[in-house]
Ligand binder design. Structure first.
Ligand code: SAM
Ligand code: SF4
Length: 447
């Protein structure tokens, strides 16, 4: 269930130029190839989309394998230690390919690029370019484009003409959660003006985008010139045919936003609201700024506003100082909130965060047991809730077209993931009846 540090496959974006063999000699990038590998969250997927546009503009064709690429860009995540280990593995492999003359240049971008550790990685692995999350525009210069300072993160448009697009509405984060490296690598919150966001979405929609996801570390903290997140969401829901947003922070989540999710028919009825722990003591240690009861109250407003909707969360097990009693309180909260899914993380100490210095280490075997207990609680509930969908007919948005097994992947308006046998194109809708359900996905047949 924990998927946010998994490597994300490169998005299958149509390319204007196809790979034309290796070893192009033009001084311009024509004939050159680049491979972008993305690790981490949707913010990183979105940043990779921007870099993809830059390399395309510079005449690079995108390839999927390192050995076919002149330039390799690793766009990375720094949230947990194992994410760094995985990237080191890739850097080692790239060094080998470079020695064999198969890869020319390597760029390290994203959250690891913004961290102090990047300096030693650069030396150890001979990396040509290291960029953080605030200066990705420098990649443009690196690939031979004129300097594009105006492409500074918040203003650069998302992927146009795609059926789905991510739109960044804010960057950075003003919280200081004990365990989290994000504020260090992404900086303080910067919100985009409303007109800029809505204007971008209008352009995307006229270019064919059918599904817009508003992105940010704490999207519901968005505010600009007296407007708050709910105002922005309502404005976006007027111009986009389908909208979702992630991630939200419980302290910023307003009841009116929760009600808007239920009332507005272009908003997907799916809420991702990370809770982290069910224990007030741990929430305080983590500096989350709310108590479990307040979180429960938010959830009851959401369930009332969107009874068929789906609810997901993030939970950390094994944060320093977490006792058995704290863990039981988390299990109780999982039971009470009835999550439809959850990203469950084992605590990972990140250098430079407060939690990395705290005493109260929780042994690995205890962490593993707690992880499985939380997972079981979430899955049992998700399975029960998904069973209620069996026999219903739903309108399903096709996100990914059918693979070899003939099944496409779609999403209901309630935010459930569905496997459905259809050859309908991504971006279209089909009507289908849910035939069976597992804890993570529904299985449907078209009518
Ligand atoms: N801004 C979002 C929020 O506050 O809910 C989440 C951002 S973070 C990239 C995604 C999730 O990773 C967090 O919700 C948390 O559960 C998890 N996480 C962050 N730092 C972690 C750490 N050091 N160890 C384990 N999990 C961590
Ligand atoms: Fe990290 Fe907390 Fe900010 Fe989320 S709210 S990005 S967990 S510091």
């Amino acid at each position: 269930m924990n998927s946010t540090t998994d490597e994300v496959p490169a998005a299958p974006i149509p390319l204007s130029r196809k790979p034309s063999g290796r070893g192009g000699t033009d001084a311009e990038a024509v004939g050159k190839t680049a491979c972008i590998r993305t690790f981490g969250c949707q913010m990183n997927v979105h940043d990779s989309d921007r870099m993809r546009r830059m390399i395309q503009d510079a005449g690079y064709a995108e390839v999927q394998r390192y050995e076919d690429a002149d330039l390799v860009i690793l766009n990375t995540c720094y949230v947990r230690e194992n994410a760094v280990d995985r990237v080191k593995g890739h850097l080692g492999e790239l060094n080998r390919l470079r020695r064999e003359g198969r890869v020319q240049r390597v760029a390290l971008t994203g959250c690891i690029g913004a961290a102090e550790e990047a300096r030693s990685l650069r030396e150890t692995y001979n990396i040509d370019l290291v960029l953080g999350t605030h200066n990705t525009y420098e990649l443009a210069e690196f690939v031979g484009l004129p300097t594009m300072r105006e492409t500074y993160t918040p203003e650069l448009p998302g992927t146009e003409g795609e059926h789905s697009a991510f739109v960044t509405i804010m960057t950075g984060c003003n919280y200081q959660c004990s365990y989290c490296i994000v504020p260090t690598v992404r900086g303080r919150m910067v919100c985009r003006p409303m007109e800029s966001v809505v204007g971008e979405i209008e352009d995307l929609v006229s270019g064919g985008t059918r599904y817009v996801t508003l992105l940010g570390q704490t999207v519901d903290a968005w505010r600009h010139q007296g407007k708050r997140f709910c105002d922005l969401l309502e404005a976006v829901s007027e111009v986009a045919p389908r909208v979702w947003f992630t991630t939200s922070h419980p302290s910023n989540m307003e009841d009116r936003t929760l009600r808007a999710i239920g009332e507005r028919n272009t908003i997907v009825k799916r809420l991702h609201l990370p809770v982290q722990s069910g224990s007030d003591r741990m929430l305080k240690v983590m500096h989350r700024g709310y108590k479990a009861e307040r979180y429960r109250r938010k959830i009851s407003v959401f369930r009332e506003a969107a009874p068929e909707g789906t609810l997901s969360t993030d939970i950390i097990v094994g944060h320093p100082g977490e006792t058995e009693e704290d863990h039981q309180l988390t299990l109780q909260l999982v039971e009470d909130c009835g999550f439809d899914s959850a990203y469950i993380f084992k605590f990972s100490p990140r250098r430079g965060t407060e939690a990395a210095e705290l005493s109260g280490f929780v042994p690995d075997e205890v962490v593993q047991r707690r992880f499985l207990e939380v997972l079981r609680g979430v899955e049992q509930n998700a399975f029960r809730r998904n069973q209620r969908k069996v026999g219903r007919t739903e309108e399903i948005f096709i996100r990914h077209g059918a693979t070899e097994d003939g099944k496409a992947i779609g999403e209901t308006w309630s935010g459930h993931a569905v496997h459905v046998a259809t050859d309908a194109a991504p971006g279209s809708y089909v009507k289908a009846t849910i035939e069976s359900a597992g804890p993570h996905v529904l299985y449907a047949r078209t009518n």
